[in-house]
Each structure stands twice: as C-alpha cells, then as structure tokens.
Design a protein around this ligand. Sequence first.
Ligand code: BES
Ligand code: ZN
Ligand code: ZN
Length: 497
Amino acid sequence: MFTISGQLSLDTAHEALVIGIFEKNKPLDGIAAECDNRLHGQISVLLKEGDISAKNKQISKVHTLKQAGVKRLFFVGLGKEEKLTFDLLREAFGKLFKTIKQAKLTEVAVALDTFTTKNVDALDAAHALAEAYYLATYEFPGYKQKKNEREKHINSITVYTEADQAEIKASVFVGSVYGKATNSARTLVNTPSNLLTAADLADYAVRLAGKYGFEHEILEKEEMEKLGMGALLAVNQGSKNPPKMIVLKYQGKETWENVIGLVGKGVTFDTGGYSLKPRESMIDMKTDMAGAAAVLGAMEIIGELRPEQNVVAVIPATDNMISGEAFKPDDVITSMSGKTIEIRNTDAEGRLILADAITYAKHHGADYLIDVATLTGGVIVALGVHTTGAMTNNEALFEQLLEASAETGEFIWRLPITEKDKERVRSSKIADLNNSPGREGHAIMGGAFLGEFAEDTPWVHLDIAGTSVTSKEHDLGPSGATGVMVRTLATLVERFE
Ligand code: BES
Ligand code: ZN
Ligand code: ZN
C-alpha cells in the first residue's frame, strides 16, 4: 500500500499529489510554489479567491490540465501552523482519504514534509497518514446478496519525504497497525450477535493468540463453577449460549511482574434480562461487547509491535437473555471474590461479569487494571457521545491514561467516586453489594461497584457506552462502531512506566 520515496517531482506520473497548506500571509514555498509556477501563478490566484482554502481540514482539488506529470493536486488546509496537533492532522488526513475514495482514485502521492511543523514532525505525520487512511476508508462488509458494485479502492500511496526513509517506513507501519487493529474491533462490534456468540469471541481470541504467540486460556462453564464465578454464571443463566472467560497473556519482560490487566465487557447481546429493555433501547445491543473488542484490538497492536511490557487481557463473554432459567431481580449471588451481590436490576449485568473478570485478572497477576465497558446509559447523559467516562482509584495511572488519550484524540473525562457513592453500592440489606442502587449518578454507581473488586490494585474504569458507536459518519470512519479505546489502550501499554 505505502511506498516511501525521496525525490518529489511534478513530472512523475501520479493520479494525484497531496500537499498540505497552512494559513499564512506569505508567498507559497516548496512544492506548492513549484505547482504555482507550473500553472502560471494560478494556485496563488485560487488561494486568494478562496477556491483553495488553507483553513483547517478544507480539501481543495485542482487539475493540472496536462501541465505536469501529476494529474491532480489535492490541497489539504491545515489552519494556523502553530495550532496543528497530531490529532488534527490525523483528522485532516481522514477527510482527505474520504474525498479521494469518493473521487474513485486508486493511486496517490503525498508530499509528507508539507504537513510538518515545529510540534508535528515527519514521523508523526507518517503515523497520522497511515492510521487515518485505514480508519477513514473502513467499511463493514455486511451481508447483502448483491454486493455494491465493486468500487475502485485506493491501492497505492507514495510518500515523498526528505526525512530518513527507514524511520518513515517504520512510522507508517505503526500507524497502519493502529488503524487496522481499530478496524478489527469495529468489525467485531458491527457483527450481529447471532453471528458473534461468546464462543465465537473466544475463537477469535484463540486465533489472535495463535498469530502472535500469546498464551491463552478459555474457561468453560464447568471451570467457572469450580472457581465460583457466580456473577458471570448468573448473567449467563438464561442463555443457550455457554459463557466463556477469555484470557490472553503477552509477556514482554523477562519476568511476570508489573502486569497490566486489560478487562473488556463482552456482552454479545443485552436484552436487559427480566429487567427487560424497552424495544427501542434494545436495538444496537449487539454492540455491548465493544469493551471486549477494544481489548482485543489493543492486543492486536501489542502482538504486532511487541512492547517491553507484560499484559493480561481478560474478557468475560456471554449474552444477557431471558428464559425459565434466567436470573431475576431479588436473587442473591456470590462472586468469585466471595462478595455477595443482591440483584436489583438484571440489566446492570456488565458490572457483574466484570466483577469476576477483575478478580480473575488479579488472580493472573495483574498489578494494574483498566476495564473498558459499555456500562451505563448514564454516562451518555453525563458526557455525551464524544467523551468516554473514566473513574479511578489511582491518580498516577489515570494521568498516564489521560496522556495516551490526548495523543489518540479519544477524549476521556473523569467522574468522582466518593465515600458516599461507595456507601450506596454497599447499601443492600441482605448482601455485601447492591448491583443497582438507583438512577442518581448511575454511571458512578457502575464504577463504584467495580471498584469494590479492584480493591487496592490501581485501577481505571472506562465507560464507553456513549463513544463505542456513532450514528453519524465522521472524518475517521463511517457510522456504526468506532473502535474507541483500541488505540488509547495500546498507547498506554507502549508508554507505560
Ligand atoms: N449495556 C447497557 C448500557 C448501554 C446503554 C450501552 C446504552 C450502550 C448504550 C447496560 O448493561 C445497562 O443496561 N445499563 C443500565 C444500568 C442500570 C440498570 C443501572 C442502564 O444504563 O440503564
Ligand atoms: Zn444491561
Ligand atoms: Zn450491558
């Protein structure tokens, strides 16, 4: 897909050449000035008249009308030079690739050095370019008998740069890995639950383990019974599909220490159980395993890039169904930790399966825990659909995650867990915990509940109920699953200290 090259010339044949331009009141320079000369000063005129815009994320197309080997020029507006960030650049590239895809071009060249600033170097730009290409052009294949007329796809991107080519190549590789792994997660989330059961999710994880040499373990129901995973088993009780507890281990250090535990909610479909969801709220509940998908996507990146870290991924997988066997409100169950839980609402099932998964991650030596889950509608009310809710018991771990998320552009914002909140999840009269102490601050109740199982282990909870799926197409992808937190989790692991 990507070729790295040194000499950029307007006389090389390309369907299109992509050039970044900043808003400034100076004459054009570099390759843009060369284009301007070749086209008899017309680029300057178009810029002045606003037909080419240097404003952030504006894409302008100009034909060279046989004046050059490159047939078309795409100018990517980058706004004010000092304001450009890695994140904005990735979005600008995303918009570019959407435009190029729509124009049905198959081959483009990019003048990479026109996208760099003091803050964003050629390596950043190369990463952003590759990642944006995969993210922005992603499509879920779907199941229509008649596939859309096989559209032309971009199949070659030549990257021109004066920077070290081996380094640029490596950066393009990293960006590609990040983009592709996010797309893997998107596809898992977009897949309907009849085609992606807990067993299918486990098979996927085993294939991933095979590809990257991860140690893996898939717990079956009988083993869960022996281990006393009463919370995961309770949620699965109404289902014909057996539950799976999926464990992947990546050892990047000599010894199994400083282990980062990534725990992802894998509810393949959430009907709500006997606390049944209303019909409109049940739609899209195939996406209730987006936390699991985020963890698997991050493991794909870890498998490709092999950082010097130890990681254990734990995914509790089941659907939440009704039947004569299903668990019910008022039931009291015993989790693997020994803590008993009064069920007040069978629709608060995510925290139950995660409770056992967190305990099991600690059992596998996790010294730090990050859980990712489509846990509550409450987080959508609190933070909307562009910001993931975070809760923590450890400032330092949270800071690291915040830094990673600033780099990936996957925004997170912290909600508090106070002693009063803890009292509420401990408010059951007949058990240690109450799985649904009422609607007030219920995103926080979800987090506080999980905190009871993390105990003293540094832990961050990420509620992605609002951010895992989008109803609108965006610069870095179509509507549907976003693959949120794949890149942030992987960045955290890579940078972790
Ligand atoms: N899977 C849902 C949360 C959800 C809601 C995800 C909307 C994506 C979009 C979760 O299991 C759930 O049902 N939570 C309840 C919790 C309540 C019963 C305490 C909720 O948010 O209403
Ligand atoms: Zn639910
Ligand atoms: Zn759920």
